[in-house]
Design a protein. Sequence first.
Lengths: 345, 345
Amino acid sequence: MMRVGARTIGRMSGNREYIMITAGRPATLDDVARAAGVSRSTASRVIAGTGFASPVARERVRTAADRLGYVPNTAARALVRGGGVRLLVAVAGTSPAVLDDSYVDQVVSAAARVCAPHGLGVTVQWLPLDAPGLLTRLTADRAVAGLVLVNTTSALLDLVPLRLRGRAVSIGIGSATVPSVDIDNAGGTGSLVRHLYAGGRRRIAMVTGPRWLACADRSVQAYRRLLGDAGLPTREVVGDFSAARGRAAAREVLRRWPDTDAIVGISDATALGVISQLRADSVRVPDDVAVTGFDDIPLASATALTTASHPVRRIATAAATMVLEQRPKPDRTLFPSAPVLRESA
Amino acid sequence: MMRVGARTIGRMSGNREYIMITAGRPATLDDVARAAGVSRSTASRVIAGTGFASPVARERVRTAADRLGYVPNTAARALVRGGGVRLLVAVAGTSPAVLDDSYVDQVVSAAARVCAPHGLGVTVQWLPLDAPGLLTRLTADRAVAGLVLVNTTSALLDLVPLRLRGRAVSIGIGSATVPSVDIDNAGGTGSLVRHLYAGGRRRIAMVTGPRWLACADRSVQAYRRLLGDAGLPTREVVGDFSAARGRAAAREVLRRWPDTDAIVGISDATALGVISQLRADSVRVPDDVAVTGFDDIPLASATALTTASHPVRRIATAAATMVLEQRPKPDRTLFPSAPVLRESA
DNA sequence: GATTGTGCTGGTAGCGCTTCCAGGTGTGTG
DNA sequence: CACACACCTGGAAGCGCTACCAGCACAATC
């Protein structure tokens, strides 16, 4: 057996000594139990804080654990408790490039932060829309303690295994069995469209997102509803959230409806693409055509883009927290999206 | 015992059926072994691809595993192999706010992506500079399979436990025992200073980063060396990477050295802060004062900021890969930083 | 004095997996 | 024909932990 060495190297805040294992392996519960002169069961009860333990035993175990710098092995604990050891963030999309996105970065990072105190790790995976078996495969690993789905479809949601019911949350669309957390796309887009209308715009076009994406669809629905209520015709061009498609879409809008006086972008990137194309065509923004985005990315404030807020970090934190705490949750949690009025509209 | 149900729901690419566990728990190795009519040992050998197995056994195990949708429990595997189950990204800094940073987001996200195929999760933790015991505590959990340190100090590096030697990489400063991956700060800053000099600037100031941060220091050293070589005096103000400090620093620079004709920012955020302050003071950029940043964030291209590239994702991917593959690695890997010349300098 | 509790304890059986080892076969060599 | 030497197999021991359970002491009740 290896030696378990320990040496005091300083003091923590609160004036309790902390320990560094200087040699050998980290201490195990067995080491602690032996050092405290109790059984492993008792030590476990004290450390985990479950079940009975006499004050004397408690004290001795605590001291021994401190002295040895004992930290429970979360993997072993998860194994026996059947709890799993990591949270899976699955991002649906047509190509693995969906992961190269600051949106995904924020979701993953926020999730990792929430998971840290629980000893859970986070993993990201691209989920191709046409290979539904992958989700099943990925979640078959019992090490997966929870699931956060991003940009998912309802077909994908139905494949979430029973084992993960109550431990899965979707950022975006939800289902009967999988609750969802999302930004209020309809509200955000709606307030922007109303703002355009109030500013006198009547020929309002929209560059939408991919059709399969439900959250994009909700923005489009809001746009249609408002224009319909006002008795205005809709003008839609399909985009894909990218600036490049935004440029192309702007060209198409002007070709098909040259008198357009406002363009609603499904995202800030789309809107920025639209603006750059308009500028290239010597169309003045917002004088000739007003443009709005969605997300309020840092670039938006720098470019004075009128947009709607999208607190990604808070949403992701909420999603991860729901998964970890498994608290009784409403089917759908919507975060408000506030209009951010700047110069482009 | 629970039933292990399986139902065919489709076909994977390659025309092999895939399976969905419709009820009960995910299949275990025992289930597979029983279904294949071999012992657990044999099944394990086939699945893990280690040791002997007859073609017949191999085939039967593979089939059974496929049929049951078996996926190894990475947590259990890690436990017995002693390998750990997650990678820890520890970000040093003076406050937990260091985690609210797109830089950290990118590092975490990239790490999570690299870890996914290995069945490892990722966790982020803030590492206070004044509580070194925390690193020891965090790494005492055997579930921690590897360590990526960000913005660390050499004092912190010395606390990396022996167990993690060879499984720890620092993004930034390195040490004798912990290799490092980093951007070539000196090269990037150097090329910008040379560019300023070539443009006729002779009174070049710099807004630096926090003193304790080694990577920031290397930029400053390069700045000093180049100015020294040219026989020019240095003009330094301490910043902290933020735009707010950038603004304040710009004021200070102009107060102390009113004839300054160029300001080198330690980061793009710093530079943007500097520029906004200069504009507020009716100082023309770049006519009166040229300004450079560092990082080439998306905002930089939108604001025409001259800067130096910083491929964070690639660096983080490299770091995580080094940890996972434990390959013999050089002490220090430097990624080149290319100057990105735009309008601000 | 027999009975019921209450508080606490350690033994033991696993969680799902790998790995070592003793013990098989079957084929090639002396 | 004995022997070695592949190749292959299943049993069993454990990774570090929790959880169940029988059992202990001691006090309180009838």
